[in-house]
Design a protein around this ligand. Structure first.
Ligand code: 6GU
Length: 256
């Protein structure tokens, strides 16, 4: 997958050299190309922003600079990228969106600073290519760069050959399938007792069927405690519903 990022802070993306994403780039699975937006600003101060029409606080990023940068980045290729503009006023970025992006051959991220990019840029490119304005949550960041890092990491780990264990991603919380809309339950490794805390006995039993049921119950329990709004009873089996009723009846105050 090719990913282009146009930003006034390309150095913000240094973490892409590290760990999982660094390896994916070394293997050629991920081809990340960073671009300094100011290279398309031609006045002496490399100005990329101006005051907002209608007044108000802050500055708005100038459309001509973004237009020139995007045109150069998408020029000379047959196909067009999927373009993503991070903004707190966008549609929510979810695991379903990450899966959709992971199926694309080419993504172009356009993170803004200040109060955002002149809206005509989104109107213009929205007619040329598939453009999404996307938010990573209900809070406000100082700029879109951190949101781009979040989205690239969520997408890159879904690409074939990136995760060590190929089934890991299908077990994720929120992944479509059995774990859709459920949080993952607790996990344990050796030693079996640590500071008087024991690993649940069932996990040492070797009964794979009972272990799978226990893990499912823990996922339901954690979801009920922490994200009750995620539970859609219509998606659940009779065994799942019985588990939920048990936890509800107990009050189940235990933290984990
Ligand atoms: Cl995508 N950008 C900014 N600047 N703030 C955000 C966001 C994005 N998502 C949540 N807050």
């Amino acid at each position: 997958m090719r990913i282009d990022v146009i930003s006034i802070f390309p150095e913000y993306f240094a973490p892409l050299d590290v760990s999982l994403m660094g390896k994916a780039r070394d293997k050629g699975i991920l081809d990340v190309r960073l671009h300094q937006l100011r290279e398309w600003a031609h006045d002496v101060h490399k100005t990329v922003d101006d005051t907002p029409y209608g007044g108000g606080p802050g500055m708005v990023m100038k459309p001509e600079i973004w237009g020139a940068a995007i045109d150069d980045v998408i020029a000379s290729e047959e196909a067009l990228p999927r373009m993503i503009v991070p903004t707190p006023s966008g549609r929510p970025f979810t695991q379903a969106v990450a899966l959709e992006y992971a199926a694309e051959p080419w993504l172009l991220f356009a993170p803004a600073r200040y109060e955002g990019i002149d809206s005509r840029v989104m109107i213009e490119y929205g007619t040329h290519l598939r453009l999404d304005e996307v938010s990573i949550g209900d809070y406000v960041l100082a700029g879109g760069e951190a949101a781009v890092l979040v989205m690239i990491e969520a997408v890159a780990r879904l690409l074939p050959g990136v995760l060590g264990n190929a089934v890991s991603a299908t077990d994720d919380s929120f992944a479509p399938g059995a774990m859709e809309n459920l949080l993952e339950g607790p996990v344990f490794t050796k030693p079996p007792v640590w500071r008087d805390h024991e690993v649940p006995e069932i996990l040492l039993s070797g009964h794979h069927g009972k272990i799978a049921r226990w893990r499912r119950d823990q996922a339901l329990r954690r979801t009920l405690q922490k994200r009750p709004e995620l539970i859609e009873r219509g998606d659940l089996s009779a065994a799942d519903l019985k588990t939920l009723d048990t936890f509800r009846a107990d009050g189940d105050p235990v933290a984990d």
